[in-house]
Design a protein around this ligand. Sequence first.
Ligand code: SF4
Ligand code: SF4
Length: 120
Amino acid sequence: MMLESIAKVGTQMLKKPATLEFPEQRESLADNYRGIHKLDMKTCISCAACARICPNQTIEMVDTETEHGTNKMPQINLERCLFCALCEEVCPTKCLVLTKDYSFEAYDRREYIKRPEDLR
Ligand code: SF4
Ligand code: SF4
């Protein structure tokens, strides 16, 4: 009984850790995993379709400085996001996409509000 227990402990000690050294090491993700958004500000036409379709009022169109002056572009509050990808589906220019990036941890809730310039 004693030897059996020692053998079990030894086996466990020789195993690799179950956790990963984040952020250097990362889990492989499912093909359909949806993470933080990416916005191509050059091709956004400020139509607000993404903001209208969003089921959780996550997107607010905000004044944004661009090469062509000030335009309204999507600002996303990740605290409210369901990662449903409806905004991506409806975007006519495909400039708003969900990436596989899930590392948007923050110490302050205000950091979850991502301005258009942050979504690049
Ligand atoms: S993924 Fe869904 S919940 Fe999140 S911003 Fe887009 S439409 Fe809204
Ligand atoms: S991100 Fe797409 S859907 Fe949203 S305002 Fe820009 S062009 Fe329209």
